[in-house]
Design a protein around this ligand. Structure first.
Ligand code: SAH
Length: 342
């Protein structure tokens, strides 16, 4: 059966036409799903009964079941969703004073193999469909009975390794007649799939692009992130410059500070050299130690020193607040959990 959440409004209109129905029915259905957030066709009370029955035969609503929900002392919530095929994914809700943010997963597992990330070392299963990405947001909003203001593609998976579905999901999330979350409130984070950065730049969306940089020279970056063997830092920087030129938007560089690895002043100096003059911002993440991981967190003192050095030398840098670390919901801590192992 087809998932009704795979369609943007225009596509839904086409679907309805194919069913021999009027296009305006698509608008009604779209509103029920994304504005009223109903979970069944039966609740779409302005549709004729006959149409509701027809829809039930043709489409599923793809409502994820919550297998587990954990709440952190800081209000962060981590959801383990049953994606209805025997697999499960994690989605995180973070509460900031400026609003609520959802960190969505884009794949079941990840192929990138970053050494410091908990998604590494588990089998890659498949990419999520656009509808499954969108459903993470709907399921959280239904659970908390509140509206989300920001989306970050920073959960499990590499969004640019699932490029088409991620773009499709962004367009559905964006639709003013639906969830209506503006592109400026959506961030996509990549480990650095260079060709996709060019492609993303050409979309001319207003989304924020985050680049997981984490090191300033190829030797160190390749050691931490195997993707660097495919695309070297110089190629990555070229792509970033193209993105900035094309979109006139600032890039956010993620830099996870690991003790005695990439956190001394020499690294900070190299980072300044690498980013000098670029329209960018550096997001420093105190690295979260993962099970059996070889990287551990820098001292607070070091993190502050690192940030101050960047700021003093013309690179805007902030330290990311650590949310949800007590429930393994912080950056890089998410793991795909197989239903059968639960
Ligand atoms: N694959 C994408 C998005 C998922 S990871 C990417 O690599 O960007 C989201 C962010 O968390 C990335 O910046 C990633 O490098 C970072 N991250 C992964 N593991 C981490 C850890 N153990 N501690 C801190 N940050 C981590």
């Amino acid at each position: 059966m087809k998932n009704i959440k795979e369609y943007n409004l225009d596509e839904l209109k086409e679907e309805l036409e194919q069913l021999g129905e009027k296009k305006y029915r698509a608008e009604q259905i779209f509103k029920w799903i994304y504005v009223d957030k109903v979970k069944s066709f039966d609740e779409m009370t302005n549709l004729p009964l006959e149409l509701r029955e027809k829809l039930k035969i043709e489409y599923t609503m793809c409502n994820f079941n919550i297998l587990k929900k954990q709440e952190s002392a800081d209000g962060t919530k981590k959801y383990l969703f049953d994606v209805l095929d025997g697999n499960a994914i994690e989605t995180v809700l973070m509460q900031y004073h400026h609003g609520k943010t959802i960190c969505v997963s884009s794949q079941i597992g990840c192929k990138m193999g970053c050494k410091f990330c908990a998604s590494t070392g588990i089998k890659f299963v498949r990419s999520l469909t656009a509808g499954e990405i969108v459903e993470q947001i709907l399921a959280v909003e239904q659970d908390i009975q509140d509206k989300i203001s920001n989306i970050v593609f920073m959960g499990i998976g590499e969004p640019f390794d699932n490029y088409e579905n991620v773009m499709k999901a962004i367009k559905i999330i964006n639709n003013q007649k639906g969830l209506n979350i503006g592109a400026r409130h959506i961030s996509v984070s990549t480990s650095g799939l260079v060709p996709m950065i060019y492609k993303f730049a050409d979309e001319e969306l207003q989304c924020t692009l985050s680049i997981s940089l984490h090191a300033t020279n190829d030797e160190k970056r390749s050691e931490m992130m195997p993707i660097n063997n495919r695309y070297k830092i110089s190629e990555l920087m070229e792509a970033c410059k193209y993105y900035i030129k094309k979109t006139n938007k600032r890039i956010s560089f993620e830099y996870a500070l690991a003790k005695d690895n990439n956190d001394n002043l020499k690294d900070a100096r190299e980072l300044v050299k690498l980013l000098k003059g670029m329209l960018c911002h550096v997001n420093l993440i105190p690295i979260n130690k993962i099970e059996n991981g070889s990287y551990s967190k820098s001292s607070n003192e070091n993190i502050i020193k690192f940030r101050d050095y960047l700021n003093d030398n013309g690179i805007v840098a902030t330290i990311r607040r650590e949310l949800g670390s007590d429930i393994d919901a912080a950056c890089g801590q998410l793991r795909r959990k197989n239903l059968k192992q639960e």
